[in-house]
Ligand binder design. Structure first.
Ligand SMILES: Cc1ncc(C[n+]2csc(CCOP(=O)(O)OP(=O)(O)O)c2C)c(N)n1
Length: 577
């Protein structure tokens, strides 16, 4: 049998390490999927919504580092992939989209389902190739694959059905993935950094996702410099565990002494972070050095005094050979003490949790953290779930914490956990879902999990509202509006769909119910946890405009006759209970 363009594509993807393709077939994609079936080495994960597949692919690609394929057919199918591809772009996940395209004879004729991939994918894709001739195919496939892997992000192969089923112009399917080079600043630049460190009386470190491979090096540097280590949400899982100098996070979800440490230090080392909230970073009173392998990150969130390009592991290793220890630990001790006292505040609703109904989300998340295994993978929906993940789910050397942290899409957690479960079968994969998020996307594809008997645990924060936006609106001084809805009993819905459903209304049942959910291995579990919609969270550093916004919103709510919700908000957040 002759080799078709689509056969060439799948064989090249196999050779690049692709194991799964998430998506929905049809129309332009049919010859492509027929070739996948013939090839037999890549599994098609047939989802009910292309976006769900894309978010699953992001988690698989981010954690394994392997390229993962998603597919959608021309027009609407392709459009459904977009949000997940934006997420792949922001989280740095090598996802390759095979986008069905109209027949070449119909291009640019406003045909049914026609979409110009170059225009449409521009914001998301690192490279988009539209294959209009079999002669082009190998080069386009090769570029899309290598770009996704080496630049860690999404690429798009737009493939019309007539070209997919045409004879390939070559049988060459080999693909060589170059190893990642070691990247670090020059000796002269490192020496300049060493002198800045030597001059500074106090040094703080602030790290992000770029510290992924560098836990031990950063912790050792912090130990020698007596430097507190704060982190962005994307750095938490890499820097918090096994780190006596950890002082928590800054930003809107902030906790611990991170904000103070970063702003009080004489010198701040920003390591592998593109933390976007500039107002939480220090101004000119603190000298700043930023190190990142991506030069575009340097200086864009705050002006820096020195910018160095390098991998954090390689750069900090080289620095450790040159840097002089600092003997004075008073700065570190102060910020560790601040961190400990904030921790006590955070524990309030955890410790009181067994006696408070509706269930406090802090207590739910902390209990989940306690009962989960040491290598559990946690995923949080954008919404209040991220807050509780950041503050109450403990990381660890083998634990993983993930979400749509940089793109901030809703409804990511269930598909993320599904993708992770396929990549790491048997490992605990836990999605902390908003009720808005779960009904937006998780519910339809619960059927996919049921069909595949995938043991994903989704814990739904059932608070009958888009609670995060509720808080956001109050912070900005407006009366909450458009945020309430009515939920079904998700446990019963799950049971009707063939999953295991567990509903928790009583705080006393939380631990046992979560343990039961985690022990279940025959398929997906939905834990419907009825939580307090009035639970608020304030960052460890509260900007003035937030306080002003809350005061204004509460006043407006009183004036518009919502006294009861104001009282509940106050009562449940000033530690009266
Ligand atoms: C796709 C999408 N739509 C809207 C938003 C804006 N948004 C951010 S959080 C949020 C509320 C999430 O509500 P829910 O999933 O119920 O979680 P909760 O905050 O109540 O825990 C919304 C609407 C978004 N980030 N993404």
């Amino acid at each position: 049998m002759s080799v078709k363009v689509a056969d060439l594509l799948w064989e090249m993807l196999v050779n690049a390490g692709v194991k799964r393709c998430y998506g929905i077939v049809g129309d332009a994609l049919n010859p492509v999927i027929d070739a996948l079936r013939r090839n037999g080495k890549i599994e098609l994960i047939h989802v009910r919504h292309e976006e769900y597949g894309a978010f699953a692919a992001v988690a698989e690609a981010y954690f394994t580092g392997n390229p993962v394929v998603v597919c959608g057919t021309a027009g609407p199918g392709v459009v459904h992939l977009f949000n997940g591809l934006m997420d792949a772009r922001k989280e740095g996940a090598p996802v390759i989209a095979i986008a069905g395209d109209v027949e070449t004879s119909l291009m640019d004729t406003a045909a049914l389902e026609e979409l110009n991939p170059h225009k449409f994918f521009e914001a998301a894709s690192l490279y988009t190739g539209r294959v209009v001739n079999p002669e082009q195919a190998r080069a386009v496939f090769h570029t899309a694959i290598l770009t996704a892997i080496l630049e860690k992000g999404p690429t798009v192969i737009s493939l019309p059905g007539d070209i997919a089923s045409a004879d390939a112009a070559t049988h060459s399917t080999g693909i060589t993935i170059p190893a990642t080079p070691v990247l670090r600043p020059s000796d002269a630049d490192l020496n300049q950094l060493v002198s800045m460190i030597d001059i500074a009386k106090t040094v703080a470190i602030f790290g992000g996702d770029g510290c992924r491979e560098a836990h031990d090096e950063v912790v050792e540097l912090a130990r020698r410099l007596k430097a507190p280590v704060g982190f962005a949400l994307r750095g938490k899982q890499w820097l918090e565990h096994d780190n006596p100098n950890a002082v928590g996070m800054t930003g809107l979800l902030g906790y611990g002494g991170a904000f103070g440490a970063i702003n009080d230090a004489e010198l701040l080392l920003m390591l592998g972070t593109d933390f976007p909230f500039s107002e939480f970073l220090p101004g000119e009173s603190v000298k700043k050095v930023q190190i990142d392998k991506n030069p575009k990150h340097i200086g864009r969130r705050t002006a820096v005094d020195l910018g160095l390009v390098g991998d954090i592991k390689a750069t900090v290793s080289a620095l450790l050979e040159r840097v002089h220890d600092k003997p004075d630990s008073r700065f570190l001790d102060k910020h560790i003490a601040d961190t400990n006292s904030f921790h006590e505040l955070l524990q309030h609703y955890v410790e009181k949790g067994p006696g408070i109904k509706p269930i406090r989300p802090e207590f739910l998340a902390a209990t989940l953290s306690d009962v989960a295994s040491d290598d559990a993978m946690f995923f949080a929906d954008t919404g209040t779930a991220v807050i509780w993940l950041a503050r109450h789910i403990k990381g660890g050397r083998n634990r993983r914490l993930f979400g749509s942290f940089s793109w901030a899409s809703m409804a990511n957690a269930a598909p993320n956990a599904f993708g992770a479960q396929l990549a790491y079968p048997g490992r605990q994969t836990i999605a902390l879902c908003g009720d808005g998020g779960f009904t937006m996307q998780g519910m339809g594809d619960l059927l996919t999990q049921v069909q595949r008997k995938t043991p994903v645990v989704q814990v739904i924060l059932n608070n009958d509202s888009l609670d995060f936006v509720n808080i956001e609106q109050q912070e900005s001084g407006i009366v909450p509006f458009g945020v309430d809805f009515k939920n079904p009993n998700f446990a019963k819905v799950a049971e009707a769909m063939g999953a295991k459903g567990i509903r928790i209304e009583e705080p006393a049942d939380v631990k046992e119910a979560l343990a039961e959910a985690l022990a279940y291995k025959n398929g997906p579990v939905v834990v419907d946890a009825v939580v307090d919609p009035f639970a608020l969270s304030l960052p460890s550093h509260v900007p003035f405009h937030t306080v002003k916004g809350y005061t204004l919103s509460l006043a407006k709510q009183v004036l518009s006759g919502r006294m009861d919700s104001v009282i509940k908000t106050m009562e449940r957040n000033v530690r009266l209970i």
